[in-house]
Design a protein around this ligand. Structure first.
Ligand code: TRP
Length: 374
């Protein structure tokens, strides 16, 4: 049943191909939400303009990754018949909204945004004048204000629901503040969004294959949705396990053992029935590993079979779309047109509420006619 009025907006920065961490953390869920029929509209945005806020000198990277992300979306099962996939920069209405919202947010409030704070350090931006003079890169204004731009993304589509990871919580919080402020100042106009966090906490933080906390391109510890079967095998076989588990008969640790973290995230009882029937479930398998007598090779082979089970359909859809790139661009173009029409409606409401819709305001001319007539 369609709950009238529930709208999703979410998206990703196109700075790289999407990996398994993205799949468990967000893509898989989006496909489920798409198929749940609970939402009137779903918008999935490729946030190229936001990616440029800290990649100003590398537009080519963003340009190349838009198609990668689009292919990842489509191959993961997002269906352009059911969701609107679009490119942020192709909806200029978003910029105008952001420009007006900027008047409702203080510099101090942006400085307190925990994600911005953290990213300033991460990107090596300097936040004081002296260092800036000594050749350290200062903070680009566009980067600093991207939470405001994100509020435009969300409100432009009247999103009620924003499925994101916890790292995005400060952005949603700031969006809600902007909505409240706007509505208080100009009258009830914007919709207050709710954040939707991933269901399974173990899933949303998939470590890299080397056991490092997070998959990251620069660490080279990612499994990509676009990886071939051969690449997956190599990556699974080189996974970090338990350094103390040297002989098969040695007792082993499952905590911090990447193979088991992945099994936690992906394995189902059906996988056991199909690929490793000697165990009823993951608990039984873990128990044997802890006790000793279960080798890493067996565990990795099982994980590889599961990975293939999940990735094979994704790979097939990708192969199809890779042979139809003009069609993918057409999907993005159509999506961007639909998104633009939607954002234009909100922008019209915003202009009206702010009383800057001069030419649509018949009273204005009458009022000024009276004011100036002698
Ligand atoms: N900031 C998000 C990220 O880095 C991407 C994004 C941009 C987004 N605008 C959004 C997410 C609006 C949700 C809603 O992943």
């Amino acid at each position: 049943m369609k709950t009238m009025g529930k709208v999703i907006l979410t998206g990703d920065r196109p700075t790289g191909k999407l990996h398994l961490g993205h799949y468990v953390g967000s893509l898989k869920r989006r496909v489920e939400l798409q198929n749940s029929g609970e939402f009137e509209k779903i918008f999935i945005m490729i946030a190229d303009a936001q990616a440029l806020t800290d990649n100003a000198d590398n537009p080519e990277k963003v340009r190349q990754n838009i198609i990668e992300v689009a292919l990842d979306y489509l191959s993961a099962g997002l269906d352009p018949e059911k969701v609107t996939i679009f490119i942020q920069s192709q909806v200029p209405e978003l910029c105008e909204l952001a420009f007006y919202y900027m008047n409702l947010v203080t510099v101090q409030r942006l400085q307190r945004n925990p994600t911005v704070k953290q990213e300033i350090v991460l990107r090596g931006f300097s936040d004081n004048d002296e260092e800036e003079n000594q050749n350290k890169k200062g903070i680009p204004v566009g980067f600093f204000t991207y939470p405001i731009s994100q509020a435009s993304d969300i409100t432009a589509f009247r999103a009620t629901t924003v499925p994101v990871g916890v790292d995005q919580a400060p952005m949603i919080e700031q969006t809600r503040e902007i909505v409240h402020k706007f509505n208080a100042v100009y009258g009830e106009t914007l919709v207050t969004p709710e954040m939707m966090l991933p269901e399974n906490a173990a899933c949303c933080r998939l470590p890299g294959t080397d056991g490092k906390a997070k998959m990251s391109k620069s660490l080279g510890n990612c499994i990509y949705l676009s990886d071939t079967s051969k690449e997956i095998k190599k990556k699974v076989n080189s996974m970090y396990t338990d350094p103390e588990h040297l002989q098969i008969t040695d007792p082993g640790h499952v905590e911090g053992n990447v193979v088991f973290t992945y099994l936690d995230a992906f394995s189902t009882p059906e996988h056991f029935a199909r690929f490793l029937p000697e165990y009823e479930n993951l608990d039984a398998m873990k128990e044997h590993y802890r006790r000793g007598g279960l080798g890493d090779g067996t565990c990795k082979k099982f994980l590889f079979n599961i990975m293939e089970d999940i990735l094979q359909p994704i790979r097939e859809r990708r192969a199809h779309y890779e042979q139809n790139i003009p069609q993918v661009y057409e999907i993005l173009r159509n999506g961007s047109e639909v998104a633009r029409a939607e954002a234009a409606k909100t922008l019209a409401d915003v202009r009206k509420a702010m009383r800057i819709d001069y030419f649509d305001d018949a009273e204005l001319i009458a009022e000024h006619t009276a004011k100036f007539s002698k």
